[in-house]
Write a protein that binds this ligand. Structure first.
Ligand code: MN
Length: 296
């Protein structure tokens, strides 16, 4: 099996109405990498007063939110009652299952912010599970070829992340403070994506900077990474997700009826998504579902 690679431009958008982010998934030409179905790269930015990071209470279904903190601190609150500060080097994992709601905000006084927020689609057997939240204060970290490698999800370089996922996948962060070069063994059954979060990294001969996602189809057994200066790259992988998913707003579902039900349940405050306590601000309103058919 021969692997092909593809360069995909990320899309600039805003989170919390004021924080500029680059959305790498879903994007034109690529909806998922394994079960990874959403990838926002925020920062690195120096926060102004008008560039606050606050996302009011909003619901999720059918996915796990996975937040990887690089600089700054944010506070997560959810309808299960968890309030968790997330610091650099840590992961917050929220399993939405049948329904949960949460808010996120930068801790007051933050001046720098840099993070990746990802969603993981839950396979059919787990997507209606009871909601859960887990905080991972430490993850496996090792040195390889000048890179500091953090194993975020799955198993890489013989280290296994404690992060609880439900399908075959991997996620690693490689950071260098200067020249670094390594060759990594990959699972050839996985498709992969590389997104540079800082600096410049050459991946499989492709020079990458923030703003470009490099997609690599299954069949790759070795990955070559090289940099000549301080840099950071996120590598995601997974077995191609063989279920057709429908993404709409903050919901991952399988059909329109599920999206419409979730939208109504949130907007009518039916109780399905519980209540986020302690957040100072408005809950978000789900958009109308008139345009749903355009997403097929
Ligand atoms: Mn969310």
């Amino acid at each position: 099996m021969s692997s092909s690679i593809e360069r995909l431009a990320t899309r600039n958008t805003l989170v919390g109405e004021s924080l500029p982010i680059r959305r790498a998934l879903p994007t034109k030409g690529r909806r998922m990498i394994g079960a990874w179905c959403f990838l926002d790269h925020a920062g690195p930015v120096t926060l102004d007063n008008d560039q606050d990071f606050r996302v009011g209470p909003h619901p999720h279904i059918g996915l796990q939110t996975f937040t990887w903190m690089i600089e700054g601190e944010i506070l997560h609150r959810d309808s299960l009652g968890y309030q968790q500060v997330l610091r650099p080097g840590q992961v917050n994992l929220m399993t939405a299952g049948q329904g949960i709601s949460h808010s996120e905000e930068a801790i007051p006084g933050q001046t720098r912010l840099h993070l990746a927020q990802l969603w993981i689609a839950l396979p059919d057997a787990h997507r209606h599970t009871v909601p859960a939240f887990q905080h991972y204060p430490t993850l496996p970290v090792l040195q390889q070829g000048g890179f500091t490698v953090t194993v975020l999800a799955g198993t890489s370089l013989e280290q296994t992340s404690p992060v609880q996922v439900y399908s075959p996948m991997t996620g690693i962060d490689l950071t260098s403070t200067g020249t670094a070069e390594t060759q990594m063994t990959l699972n050839p059954l996985f498709e992969h994506g590389a997104l540079v979060l800082d600096g410049e990294v050459t991946v499989q001969g492709e020079s990458l900077e923030p703003g470009t996602l490099l997609y690599m189809s299954p069949g790759l057994t070795q990955l070559h990474l090289k940099t000549s200066a301080a840099a950071r790259v996120l590598l995601l992988g997974g077995k191609p997700f063989n279920e057709q998913v429908l993404l709409w707003w903050n919901f991952v579902a399988r059909n329109e009826a599920e999206i419409i039900q979730a939208t109504n349940d949130w907007n009518t405050q039916s109780g399905r998504f519980g209540e986020v306590k302690g957040y100072e601000g408005e809950r978000l309103v789900a958009p109308g579902t008139e345009g749903l058919h355009l997403r097929k």
